[in-house]
Design a protein around this ligand. Sequence first.
Ligand SMILES: C[S@@+](CC[C@H](N)C(=O)[O-])C[C@H]1O[C@@H](n2cnc3c(N)ncnc32)[C@H](O)[C@@H]1O
Length: 328
Amino acid sequence: MTSEKNMEDLNLPNVISIDEAYGRFGTDDDGDRDASSSLSVASSAYTFRMEHGRRYHDYKIGSPFPHDEVSDENDFLLHELCLVLLDDRYYLAPIDETSLHCVVDVGTGLGLWAEGVAERFPDSQVVGIDLTPHPRSIFPNCSYMLSDASEEWVLDDPTMKFDLAHIRSLFGSVPDWAALYKNCFDNMNSGGWIEHLEMEINAQTDDAEVPADSQIKFLSSFAHTHMTVASGRDFGISFGMRKLIEEAGFVDVQEKRLKVPLGPWASDPKLKEVGRLCERFYKTGLQGWLMHVCTRSLGGNCYRTKTLSITIISYPSMTSDYAPASRR
Ligand SMILES: C[S@@+](CC[C@H](N)C(=O)[O-])C[C@H]1O[C@@H](n2cnc3c(N)ncnc32)[C@H](O)[C@@H]1O
């Protein structure tokens, strides 16, 4: 309980005056937020639907993957995994940090990468683009744009050009990669870099062939054929991105493939940690990657899809495709 004397000690004014200029949108006569076109686009993005116990967003029937607590955990795990794997670096492109003024994170999700870069480079401006709404930014130099990144980018500041465009883990989400890369190119400064990181969904082993009847091998071919065709979205974009990035106009394309153990079996402490995170990433992600496409487009049912995902999580090693850092 606070005494009146203590309250006075806080030096609070009796009435807190309002900054008339505060707030981006006005209110209309009914007291609703205004009905500007940007808000009408945004409002449809705030509707979600439940399907087989998972939550999906409805805006333009975007990504076929859920957006809920489980997918949030999956995003956190991937972020942590990437930081450990990349030795606490947010990107590998050889960028002179002093020239890193404007950065865009395409398909930013929870904004974990965007916020991290904003914190590490406080003099830069970071913009995260996503189809789904995002909680308020933590850092003043980070903002979010609710938009389909494969459509024309309408930036708050139309003169803004990016020095780095970052894309991570959008496999199976984007119907038109060529349009998305072109938007990156068109919105970048000459000399800027694009960096795209994707995990490969298939597992491989170092010391032997993956048995032909392994579940994870089945998953790989199932994703790269049936799921890609049924969803109209490339689940194997890691294999095609180099060519598409070059076709968008980028030069000096470099591709780096990094091994990611699945499970904490490696003796190297760093890879042990990566493997531990990867196992959790796989286990928290798999059902969500499969469910919508299997039940909506491939005639599966919820029970069979859940059984499939439980069965698949059983093989010990996978690789990731780290690609490519490329210069405009
Ligand atoms: C798996 S999450 C990855 C999030 C983030 N890149 C990361 O690595 O933490 C994929 C995100 O991409 C978004 N997304 C998918 N297609 C998109 C598009 N065409 N434009 C903008 N965002 C998109 C989804 O809404 C989702 O938030």
